[in-house]
Design a protein around this ligand. Structure first.
Ligand SMILES: [Fe+2]
Length: 416
């Protein structure tokens, strides 16, 4: 068995010095707490969220409230819009009609001197018809600057803000929050509210957003909408770096929906073209002192597939002099000692682990298993299927693997 670090209870938060650089990684998705790595500093949050009840919040609860006003923008969220952090993609939904596609933005509140124009689309899922989904790239931004933005028309317009990251620099400090397996329960609410209080500047999301796939027929779309309104309290202000989990696949032959990721891909755009990816499901961004690679556990990744070819090239683009932190996000963990989802990440491990070691990935974050766990720096790249030796060994070039724990979804904690 691989060697895993201590698993203790609470929430986890880390500050690690790497050379002169300071990056903070805040873990919000777990009811567990620890401080990883051999870094020089760690801070422990005293916050522990309740384990129960893990039931979805009723649709008429105010956390899902539709904003007032005819056709008011709802489900507002932002993500990085380019490779290096000088752009955002702003997305929102209007329910009654298309409405304006414009984002008005500027450097002071109420003074929106710039305008960007986006696109709008809608789709059906079984007999559910989505609202009008707007996506607008706002680019050419200055680094390290607070922007204010306004969307919607007339009395129904709504105002938000975001802050761009510092320039790409090995010494740029930055604070990431990390969430996975969030859902829309009272525990999910607790997770997201705690995350906002800690001042995380960007959220790294490791998959399984809404758990709407636990509903049927029309209610699948309805629960994607409620989750969008739920996440807005953070995601309209802090960019969320998205990755897809198994709950985003939504392969439902019983209602004629057999194209994977349809709801997710219509609603959560990513800047995949900026990293020369051919799919929104795998891509990379650079932010402050970190190079972040997003992989898709549920898309082809074996040798010669698009994801495999893309990752081979992307790893060559990593410049540790500019971004000393190399972070990989995926949904299914490659190392997992729980019964829950045991060995599900093994196929990706067999394909990518040697690259992670060769390129000295710092940390691989995963979700899926609803329990926190972290590894020592170990690898199993010497494993040879015809001659045994299938045992992970200490490897200084290997990443630390962290399963970030449960964000609060209705499935509850993995107990074994
Ligand atoms: Fe999952």
């Amino acid at each position: 068995m691989p060697h895993f670090g201590d698993i203790s209870s609470g929430w986890i938060k880390r500050i690690e010095n790497k050379g002169s650089m300071l990056v903070q990684l805040l873990f919000f998705s777990s009811v567990l707490l620890s401080c990883i790595s051999n870094g020089s500093a760690g801070v422990t949050s005293t916050f522990v969220r309740n384990e129960w009840p893990s039931v979805d919040i009723p649709l008429d609860n105010e956390v899902f409230a539709v904003p007032k006003g005819y056709n008011a923008p709802q489900q507002v969220h932002i993500t990085q819009g380019d490779y290096d952090g000088k752009a955002v993609i702003i997305s929102w939904v209007t329910a009654d009609e298309e409405g304006s596609n414009k984002v008005r933005y500027g450097l002071s509140e109420g003074k929106y001197e710039f305008t960007a124009e986006g696109t709008v689309q809608n789709y059906t899922f079984y007999n559910y018809k989505s609202g009008y989904i707007h996506q607008c790239l706002v680019d050419g931004l200055q680094y390290d600057t607070k922007y204010f933005y306004e969307i919607g028309d007339g009395d129904s317009s709504r105002r938000f803000w975001f802050r761009t990251p510092p320039p790409i620099d090995p010494d740029a400090p930055y604070k990431f929050g990390i969430i996975g397996d969030l859902g829309q329960t009272y525990n999910s609410l607790s997770t997201i509210e705690h995350c906002m209080q800690t001042g995380a500047e960007t959220i790294l999301f490791v998959g399984d957003l809404s758990y709407a796939d636990r509903y049927k027929y029309h209610d699948v779309g309805v629960r994607w909408d409620s989750w969008g309104r739920f996440a807005e309290r953070s995601a309209a202000y802090q960019p969320w770096i998205w990755s897809a989990g198994n709950h985003e696949i939504e392969y439902f032959p019983y209602m004629g929906e057999v194209i994977p990721f349809r709801n997710y891909l219509h609603r959560y755009p990513t800047p995949y073209l900026a990293s020369e990816s051919s799919s929104p499901l795998w891509y990379a961004v650079r932010r402050a002192s970190a190079h972040i690679i997003v992989l898709s556990s549920y898309s082809p990744f074996v040798k010669y597939t698009p994801q495999w070819k893309w990752l081979e090239q992307e790893l060559k683009r990593v410049d540790r002099k500019k971004t000393p932190w190399l972070i990989v996000l995926m949904h299914a963990p490659m190392y997992n000692s729980n019964d829950a989802h045991f060995m599900e990440g093994e196929s990706m491990r067999a394909v990518f682990e040697s690259w992670f070691c060769r390129h000295k990935v710092d940390v691989v974050f995963a979700g899926h298993v609803h329990a926190y766990e972290r590894s020592y720096r170990i690898s199993n790249i010497r494993y040879n299927v015809s001659s045994g030796a299938s045992y992970p060994v200490p490897d200084k070039s290997a990443p630390v693997y962290i399963t970030v724990g449960d964000g609060g979804n209705q499935e509850g904690l993995a107990l074994r």
